[in-house]
Design a protein around this ligand. Structure first.
Ligand code: PLP
Length: 450
């Protein structure tokens, strides 16, 4: 990338120093891995860059490719690496537990699983006390939907358009974006209008959007429903915060119709939003069931559902069984994550650094017309690119171009939203103010070259 030609153009920013050198890499090259991947792995999307990256090491907020080149990870493994890549205390917890006992099913007693369940429950308000462990967010949401259906004896579920809840058949039903829906049977799910403050017809009037849930129950169901499921901030959907007032109104409507309220905290949980430990807390509601994954294990496959003792009873006389759910190695990692978040004040850091980053990104919006919206909370931020602010035409090609430029400057950033035109910034929660400056300066530089 060339240095600027004019005095008032931004200069090529420098990555903050970081005292770590990864061990030498002697494995296959990126091209060799790509060839194997094309032959032997599922034809899933590779990350957007022209040349896919071969990432072989990680340390806190940084990733390293096979040549030892350092990248600032502003996507956090899709909002998953909560404490930092290979955080030493998470690594120790995993290694120590692996040496002692790698696997034990829920059929036996094990101290780590019990300790983690207790520690997790202490993070929740109200009567949310009983934990079920799964391996992923999809499984957690599948279980939550099934519990709600068993508890209420109803089948109908309401989810929010543009939301993402997973990719098994039940959760794919609740997911409401065509690109994530396949042609499989997804019965009994109704998708309510999205309380999207940027593109939605009612702006920030949460109560007007909530009326749609009323209408769905009145016209699309028997009048009784099993559940409502929503993310507090839509992650895959482009870091969209639900309009204020929406959740309390919908929770009340759903409860009147006999349903349970499920908060999908897979992305917005574990202190990511900074102001609160859970995303739903910012809306002043207490759900009946909460689902978690991603940040819970700093990248280790782990998911969980928490609910009240009364709702949990629906599984007492049935065999709900999950071979790896609550695996001691994963729950040991989970326990370490909770301790680190507290000890290293990561929630406060997400709040302070996130607020600073959001303010800097908002200033960038004043400078570049292409930035239509800056939104989100803590270290869960979105920047939506549009061709013109009036029509909000998604800038789809431009975002790819800027991502590529930022990668060349050493920053990995996410992308999403219904139109794929939103930067998703969800770094590890140890992200610093210097990292925030570097990210904004790099975005500024890339935008100035467009
Ligand atoms: N719920 C939300 C909000 C998510 O963002 C995701 C994944 O991106 C899921 C559920 C599914 O989680 P997993 O990919 O672990 O199955």
């Amino acid at each position: 990338l060339a240095q600027p030609c004019h005095e008032n153009e931004p200069i090529l920013p420098k990555m903050p120093p970081f005292d770590y050198t990864p061990p030498p890499y002697t494995g296959p090259s990126a091209d060799e891995i790509l060839a194997k991947r094309q032959q032997f792995l599922s034809p899933a999307v590779c990350h957007f860059f022209k040349n896919p990256l071969n990432l072989v090491d990680g340390k806190m907020q940084y990733l390293f490719d096979e040549k030892g080149r350092r990248y600032l990870d502003a996507f956090g493994g899709i909002a998953t690496v909560s404490c930092g890549h290979c955080h030493p205390e998470v690594v120790d917890a995993i290694v120590n537990q692996t040496k002692r006992l790698q696997h034990s099913t829920i059929l036996y007693l094990n101290p780590v699983i019990a300790d983690f369940a207790e520690a997790l429950a202490s993070k929740f308000p109200g009567d949310l006390k009983v934990v079920f462990f799964t391996n992923s967010g999809t499984e957690a949401n599948e279980l939550a939907l099934m519990m709600a259906r068993l508890y209420t004896g109803c089948h109908d579920v309401v989810s929010v358009r543009n939301g993402y809840h997973g990719n098994a058949s039940g959760t794919m039903g609740a997911t409401a974006q065509s690109s994530y829906k396949f042609n499989v049977v997804q019965t009994g799910v109704h998708h309510a209008q999205n309380p999207d403050q940027y593109r939605g017809v009612f702006g920030s009037d949460g109560l007007k959007y909530a009326k749609d849930v009323d209408d769905i129950i009145t016209y699309g169901t028997s009048g009784r429903v099993a559940a409502f499921i929503a993310e507090a901030i839509q992650g895959v959907g482009g870091i969209l915060e639900l309009a204020p007032g929406y959740l309390p109104a919908v929770y009340s409507t759903i409860r009147k119709a006999g349903g349970l309220c499920i908060a999908d905290e897979v992305q917005s949980g574990f202190a990511r939003t900074g102001s609160h430990f859970w995303g739903f807390e910012a809306h002043g509601v207490v759900p009946d069931i909460v689902t978690m994954a991603k940040g819970i294990g700093n990248g280790i496959p782990l998911g969980a559902v928490i609910t009240t003792p009364d709702i949990a009873k629906v599984l007492t006389h049935r065999t709900y069984f999950n071979t790896y759910g609550g695996n001691p190695v994963c729950t040991a990692a989970g326990l370490a994550v909770l301790n680190i978040i507290e000890k290293e004040k990561l929630q406060q850091n997400a709040f302070t650094v996130g607020s600073y980053l959001k303010q800097r990104l908002t200033s960038l919006k004043d400078k570049y017309e292409i930035i239509g919206d800056v939104r989100g909370r803590g270290l869960m931020l979105g920047v939506e690119l549009v061709m013109d602010r009036e029509l909000k035409t998604p800038a789809k090609a431009e975002i790819l171009h800027i991502m590529e430029q930022m990668k060349d400057m050493g920053i990995l950033i996410g992308k999403g939203g219904f139109f794929g035109n939103v930067f998703r910034i969800t770094p590890p929660l140890c992200f610093t103010k210097e990292d925030a400056d570097f990210l904004v300066d790099a975005m500024d530089f890339a935008l100035s070259k467009m």
